[in-house]
Design a protein around this ligand. Structure first.
Ligand code: MN
Length: 132
């Protein structure tokens, strides 16, 4: 499994670089944005299967952007995985309430990260299969 389009939205340069590198090594088609505005612009032409969404973004935050995407028929099928430094249950609940399909805590575990991504992509395919 490789080549799936993935968008990373992350304002922290070192974390962005790490996640991007890990996904590129696996062969994914990776694009990045450092804020919601840039992400929305990119989404006009790039159609990711999965978005890694930092929740703490300057301007429109990741929760708000997720809600916006999940309320838009054009984007609601995209798998959105929240990335956050806060591992509090309340934050997970907020992420799920906003429409996130999963949750990863920073710093990410580079050993388990590639497999977690595969699992999320697979879950999407199962869901689509059921819908069809
Ligand atoms: Mn951030």
């Amino acid at each position: 499994m490789a080549g799936e389009p993935i968008l990373i939205i992350e304002d922290n340069p070192s974390n962005l670089k790490l996640v991007k590198t890990l996904l590129k090594v696996e062969g994914y088609d990776v694009k990045t944005a450092i804020n919601a505005e840039e992400a929305l612009k990119l989404l006009n032409t790039f159609h990711p299967q999965l978005i890694l969404m930092d929740l703490q973004l300057p301007g429109m935050d990741g929760l708000e952007l997720t809600q916006k995407l999940k309320n838009d028929p054009q984007f609601q099928e995209i798998i959105v995985i929240a990335l956050t430094a806060y591992a509090m249950t309340r934050d997970k609940e907020k992420a799920i309430a906003a429409g996130c399909d999963g949750f990863m805590t920073k710093p990410i575990d580079i050993k388990t990260f590639p497999d977690e991504i595969i699992q999320y992509l697979k879950s999407k395919k199962r869901n689509l299969g059921r819908a069809l």
